[in-house]
Design a protein around this ligand. Sequence first.
Ligand SMILES: Nc1nc2c(c(=O)[nH]1)N[C@H]1C(S)=C(S)[C@@H](COP(=O)(O)OP(=O)(O)OC[C@H]3O[C@@H](n4cnc5c(=O)[nH]c(N)nc54)[C@H](O)[C@@H]3O)O[C@H]1N2
Ligand SMILES: Nc1nc2c(c(=O)[nH]1)N[C@H]1C(S)=C(S)[C@@H](COP(=O)(O)OP(=O)(O)OC[C@H]3O[C@@H](n4cnc5c(=O)[nH]c(N)nc54)[C@H](O)[C@@H]3O)O[C@H]1N2
Ligand code: SF4
Ligand SMILES: [Mo]
Length: 910
Amino acid sequence: MAETKSTCCYCGVGCGVVIEHEAGRITGVRGDPDHPANFGRLCTKGSTLHLSASPETLAARALHPELRARRTDARTRVSWDDALDTAADKFAAIIAEHGPDAVAIYGAGQLLTEDYYVFNKLMKGLIGSNNLDTNSRLCMSSAVAGYKLSLGADAPPCSYEDIRHTEALFISGSNTAFAHPIAFRRVEDARKANPDMKLVVIDPRRTDTAEAADLHLPLIPGTDIALYNAMLHVMLWEGWVNRDYIDAHTEGFDALKKIVREYTPAMAASICGLDKNAIEQAAQIFATSKATMSMYCQGLNQFSFGTHNNSALINLHLATGQIGRPGAGPFSLTGQPNAMGGREVGGLANLLSAHRDMANPAHRAEVAALWGVDSVPATPGKSAVELFKALKSGEVKAVWIACTNPAQSMPDQALIHDALKTAEFVIVQEAFGHTETCTYADLLLPATTWGEKDGTVTNSERAITRVRAAVSAPGEARHDWAIVVDFARRLGTRLGKGALAERMFSYASPEEIWNEHRESTRGRDLDITGMSYTMLEQAGPQQWPFPEGASAGKVRLYEDGVYPTPTGRARFVATEHRITAESPSAHYPLHLNTGRLRDQWHGMSRTGLVARLYSHESEPLLHMHQDDMERRRLADGDLVKVKSRRGEVVLKIQQSATVRPGQCFVPMHWGGNTMGGQGVNVLMPSDFDPTSKQPELKHAAVQVEKYTAGKSLVLMRRSEADADGNLQPNPLAVMDRLRQWLPHFPYASLTLAGRNSPVVMLKARGEELAPELIEALDREIALDDPTRVLSYQDSRKDVAKRALVEGDSLTAVRLAGETKAADWLADMMVQGHSAAAVRQWLLAPLTQPPAGQAARGKVICNCFDVAEDDILAAFRAGESLDGLQARTKCGTNCGSCVPELKRLRQSVSN
Ligand SMILES: Nc1nc2c(c(=O)[nH]1)N[C@H]1C(S)=C(S)[C@@H](COP(=O)(O)OP(=O)(O)OC[C@H]3O[C@@H](n4cnc5c(=O)[nH]c(N)nc54)[C@H](O)[C@@H]3O)O[C@H]1N2
Ligand SMILES: Nc1nc2c(c(=O)[nH]1)N[C@H]1C(S)=C(S)[C@@H](COP(=O)(O)OP(=O)(O)OC[C@H]3O[C@@H](n4cnc5c(=O)[nH]c(N)nc54)[C@H](O)[C@@H]3O)O[C@H]1N2
Ligand code: SF4
Ligand SMILES: [Mo]
């Protein structure tokens, strides 16, 4: 067995991993004990990375270039030469006829810095347009704009180490326990070491993060600015602001002071739906603790006033001098593993390389000189939402989408699907071939991914880490940077800039690209000229800035109180409360909030391949408060139609104490590949912040009503490992086949269950279930041979069951009509109960699970497979948390479920 050190490809914590591999196959993964982001720890997602690269996942990979000859044709396999020649021909023709702004690139914060760098250089340097945007627009652009507006540069001033030094931690709009779990492990450690440390959580939901807090402020969505302004009001009134700091290091305080005069705690309490005392208490903790730090994420960024959400919070740090010291400062948590790297190379439609300013002619000249071109364009390109609107209107004709899945993740999905249908030419560069966006690819380019790639990423705390390949590329997949370089040379020839393109894209390795990027940072705030690949390999990750001659990177910024603004002073921003793009109305009475699940990553192209990652929340669910459910006569597990002004989805409802009455929550992960319709993002508005252009993905006004139309259908197929350890049938191939049928149903949910012998599960509801439809679906899961299957049918009672028994195992089941026993049956299959145990049930008119038997419920501890029902039963029987952990080991490995275990323990003692 060999080992290769690399970085986790999920969140911006940026944990180091050791990839174990043998004979060209990834066999295991563990945390890198030497990596400063995680010191050996990994969360549920990181610790299952090897399962997302197991042999059967090849069925989900894009392995060969595929091209559609005409818009109406199916794609066929082509050579790389044909693929890239066609792409270059198309781009060149469109540029010749309509100009460089008629093409665009839409990338991602999951590309490596080297990939990003060449994409950016291709668009802004060779093609001569700024139409390069990325999914960071949906993610970090308000944080970027907020930092620049308030502090002068896009640089998070803190480090993870500050968590240990802080006396008061404000977590706002971040469910750190789920979304940055290893950072949250540090918060837990810090509180253990310092029991006086205060944790204040600002989130409309009572998340596991909020549950852990000393003070939780469950504000009405979109009201953060009112809250922070009121906190400043209290600080002024009580004399808690730091006058010396304000005078010495900031500007603009008086204008803000005038505004916050209006924001009395009473006024904010009514805007935010909070208790006035809680606002005063929060202000006191923030201002009077020795070191206050805030960590924040999408709950601030994803609003049409996201930039001011960020600045309003930073205002508090400036007013109290809680910045530039150990344990103090505004720490924006980065979402994706390399959104930071993207920001460094200038990978957005309004940014230039190395934090240069597009509007500044001197900066543009510097970049042009670095790249050896005459000039780079001055007008910002189209940001994400604008880009898809322009594709729809025909203003932009061709788009190259890489490493992101906009047909799932963008708001207003109807617009996105229309845009992709209308576009003249769509290139999708993807590692996995089954995403919603791949459906629209005229040209599909297979890319390598985690475990196969080589380069660097930067995490939330400005630390640059190496990403390394453990195995070679599968099929004909190629590295993202290499595809770009190959394309750029071909395009150059067609644009009559062949020699220039050869010069600009002469790289033979990612290191050569990185060295050029490094040079671009010389003298800038993020100067990394003191680093090298060799250093990163030998000494491990390094934080920027790290200029040539320095002996180490900077742990903390602005310690001297000097800011990268023209005056050297940080700026107070005059922030005012604004209303969300949509307000609840009589017709759409509920606030809809969206966010992350603990064990899934975005559109699930990778986590969705790993059965156990569904066990924490097994299907698309709308979380709603009991009062709102009662008012609508809804019971747990009912189907509901959720409707906004743009679209609707049908999914199951789950009663939840985490949301307040009047609000509901849906995880952002479910797209048209895992549910009926176009996924949850059909509901969300595409209104965006005027400065950051980040859309309001955290809020829509919706109505919710019970959905009863049609008849239910459930299909389940179990897989088992054969003698060689290969799953038969390959569950991912089964899923792929079933996926084709999702559009037939208003309600559908396609998921995996179990662990080592996974079960593919399709739940659906259709207007009518035509016998031909059921027959066709039966065929997909081997239920079509009447001599091999057990059947029971009673059409009067609306019961139809069919099952396949292989050996002693129940391996496939289809229920039509009454499907109440589906979860129990799935459990029986997952746990490998013998077919005999359910034979009698199958062959009788029974529709409910047998008395006393029910589905096992959600799995809390993924490492040791411990379910909620068992945990609650143990607590009710008087077992302590320590006792439970000693007996079942739950929560003792990755620790991701510890906050939830504590919450369950608490719920039983209450
Ligand atoms: N498990 C998992 N982890 C991930 C990811 C993933 O897909 N899965 N994705 C990564 C990425 S790219 C990102 S950007 C991060 C996102 O990380 P987070 O931003 O922490 O995650 P979210 O769940 O999107 O949203 C955070 C919280 O914002 C709250 N919120 C909603 N409205 C408001 C509001 O008006 N004010 C305040 N104060 N809070 C509000 C929501 O209730 C939610 O709990 O996660 C990263 N980590
Ligand atoms: N409602 C709602 N919507 C949201 C959000 C929300 O909170 N609420 N959050 C938003 C945020 S913060 C984000 S970051 C976005 C994320 O949205 P997306 O960017 O669409 O998310 P992913 O599913 O991670 O897409 C990455 C794609 O790249 C592919 N891939 C993986 N590795 C590689 C590689 O090495 N090369 C290439 N070429 N492809 C690769 C993956 O298979 C996957 O399909 O979603 C946004 N959408
Ligand atoms: S916290 Fe989890 S998902 Fe994020 S980098 Fe670490 S292991 Fe990966
Ligand atoms: Mo993100």
